[in-house]
Design a protein around this ligand. Structure first.
Ligand SMILES: [Mg+2]
Length: 226
C-alpha cells in the first residue's frame, strides 16, 4: 500500500486531554476565587461535570449552578479557560519519537478541532510546533466545518499534495475521526486512548491500535513510502 501522508488528531490521540482540562479548570477556579467563590468547590464541580462528557458544553455555567452561584458573570471564567496556556503538556509515551521517525519517510499532518488559540497553545506546550508538515485547525476554516466534516481533511490532503487513497488518518473518536476520515475517503486508524476509548462507533475503522506509537508502527509495517 502506497502511503504519501499520515494525518493525526491532537486531543486524546497525541496526549491525554484530561491533563489540559485539569489545568484549565484550576485556572478557571482561581478567577472564581477572585470573585468570592470557593475555588475548591468550583474546581470539584468543574471536574465532576466534565467527567459526564467534556464535549457536552456549558460546563462552566453548569458548575456555577451546582455550587449555588448561577448569577456569577461567566465571561471572565470563560476567558480564563480560553487563555489557559500551560508551559508544558505530556505527549503519550513514544509519540514524539515515532512521529519524527515517520516524518523521515512520509508527509505528516495534524487535523484538529477546537478554538484556534487553545489548540495553538496545546501544540506549543506539547513541543509539536515544528513536528508537522501540515497543520489544519478546523475552526480557522469555520466552526461548522469541524470533524466529521470532510473539509478539514481535504484541506490537509491538498496541503500535503496527495489524495485520500494515499493517506491514513489516526484519531481517537469514532464519531469525529473515523467517520470524518471515511467521509473524506481516507483510511482511519482508531487509537484506543483517552475519554472516548470505549465509545461505540457506527463505522469500522481500517485498523485499531493501543496508542499512537502502535498506530505509527502499523503504518510503517504495511506502508510503502516511495
Ligand atoms: Mg481527539
Amino acid at each position: 500500500m502506497l502511503i504519501r501522508a499520515v494525518l493525526f488528531d491532537l486531543d486524546d490521540t497525541l496526549y491525554a486531554q484530561a491533563e489540559w482540562l485539569r489545568g484549565a479548570w484550576r485556572a478557571v477556579s482561581k478567577v472564581a476565587a477572585a470573585r468570592g467563590l470557593d475555588p475548591d468547590a468550583m474546581e470539584a464541580a468543574l471536574v465532576a461535570i466534565c467527567a459526564e462528557g467534556s464535549d457536552r458544553g456549558r460546563i462552566i455555567d453548569r458548575a456555577l449552578a451546582r455550587i449555588g452561584a448561577p448569577d456569577t458573570p461567566v465571561a471572565p471564567l470563560l476567558e480564563a479557560f480560553r487563555s489557559h496556556a500551560p508551559r508544558s503538556l505530556t505527549p503519550y509515551p513514544g509519540a514524539l519519537a515515532a512521529l519524527s521517525r515517520l516524518r523521515a519517510e512520509v508527509t505528516v499532518g495534524l487535523v484538529t478541532d477546537g478554538e484556534v488559540p487553545i489548540q495553538r497553545a496545546k501544540i506549543r506546550a506539547l513541543g509539536l510546533t515544528e513536528a508537522f508538515d501540515v497543520v489544519v485547525l478546523s475552526d480557522a476554516l469555520g466552526r461548522a466545518l469541524r470533524k466529521p466534516h470532510r473539509a478539514p481533511f481535504e484541506s490537509a490532503l491538498a496541503a500535503a499534495g496527495t489524495c485520500a487513497e494515499r493517506a491514513v488518518y489516526v484519531g481517537d473518536r469514532p464519531d469525529k475521526d473515523v467517520a470524518g476520515a471515511a467521509a473524506a475517503g481516507m483510511r482511519a486508524i482508531r487509537v484506543l486512548t483517552g475519554e472516548y476509548a470505549t465509545q461505540a462507533g457506527t463505522q469500522e475503522p481500517w485498523a485499531s491500535a493501543r496508542d499512537v506509537a502502535e498506530a505509527i508502527e502499523l503504518v510503517r509495517t504495511v506502508g510503502q513510502f516511495s
